[in-house]
Design a protein around this ligand. Sequence first.
Ligand SMILES: [Zn+2]
Length: 200
Amino acid sequence: MRVFSWHWELGGIYMTKPRILIVDDNDVVRETYAQVFKQKGFNVISAVDGVEGVDFATKEIPNVILTGIVMPRMDGFQLIRTLQENVQTREIPIAIISHLGREEDRRKAQELGINEFIVQGAASVNEIVERIKNLVKDGESFKLSFDPYAWDAPRMAKTLPGKSFNCPNCQEKMILEVIPKPEGAGYNAALKCQKCNYIL
Ligand SMILES: [Zn+2]
């Protein structure tokens, strides 16, 4: 990986919001959580059952997933097993929202390594959202995207090998991935293609 040391004087970059995938067949539950997470600065993706959940999780690689248990087509436990078998999705932290609060479901969740087992109604939505926010790893790399129309973008682009922000491999727009160095010693950054994972 080539490491860039750009200064933070760039007008053309903005931070990508953390993304949560909410999987539940209950419209009210989904909408309620979607609203609160949006207020807390998340981008929200919603799925109505496990099948859709697996599909969106694989395509979008969210930072965290909140899933219900009982759902048509594929339930929450099957969703978790499927995602844990996939190298791309197995590291995504998952919280379970249980409408019934059954002890056997809690045990199953533990067996799958899921520590956040939230019983709907046992805590306020705001408290629940705070707990789920804590699952999003601290110190994880965050991503910056370039606005090619910003005033300083052309100047920035000239410093790049391909003289543009597009991937030399597939032409997709590249994202600047910023990784904090340990103990607050600044940042490492690399340009990465979101489509083919090419790293400049
Ligand atoms: Zn690419």
